[in-house]
Design a protein around this ligand. Structure first.
Ligand code: CMP
Length: 143
């Protein structure tokens, strides 16, 4: 099943010159990059993006972190893209992530964990729409 998912290379990984290496891992993992942009989230945009976590104790700190510097947002496309990208990323907590995963190699802790990937088809569609319009998506697969 061809799918799309949203990726965010977070401020910690961007600061470590991780954009290129992480995009390379995405492509080596069999995913196509069909849209991409460097931007800086405002605090309000970070709050809106992570609204589903607004009741969690880490919400304020997460939004501070996500608006602390530039991020690289992209849309990835491929067979089972959501699960496939989550395998490339590894566990949310870098300390628990497998060797060779993005979060193991670029993450610092459960908050500063290098990159985000959508967790389900509904959230992927919503998250892609948060950053990109339909005409910005250049993939040849799903529409
Ligand atoms: P992400 O995949 O972007 O989705 C939600 C984010 O919240 C997660 O990655 C982490 O950056 C952050 N997060 C999740 N759990 C915790 C936690 N226990 N403490 C702090 N931050 C967390």
């Amino acid at each position: 099943m061809q799918q799309r998912t949203l990726s965010i290379v977070k401020p910690d990984a961007v600061a470590k010159h991780g954009i290129g290496p992480i995009l390379a891992r995405i492509e080596k993992g069999g995913l196509r990059i069909v849209a991409g942009r460097l931007l800086r989230l405002s605090r309000g945009e970070a709050e809106a993006f992570y609204a589903v976590h607004s009741a969690r104790p880490f919400f304020g700190s997460l939004c501070d972190f996500m608006s602390s510097g530039p991020v690289f947002v992209s849309v990835l496309e491929g067979e089972n893209a959501i699960v496939r990208y989550r395998e490339v990323l590894g566990a949310t907590d870098p300390a628990k992530a497998d060797a060779g995963t993005v979060r193991k190699d670029f993450g610092t802790d459960v908050e500063r964990n290098a990159a985000h990937g959508s967790d389900a088809p509904e959230t992927a569609a919503q998250e892609i729409g948060f950053f990109f319009s339909a005409r910005e998506l250049a993939g040849l697969g799903v529409r």
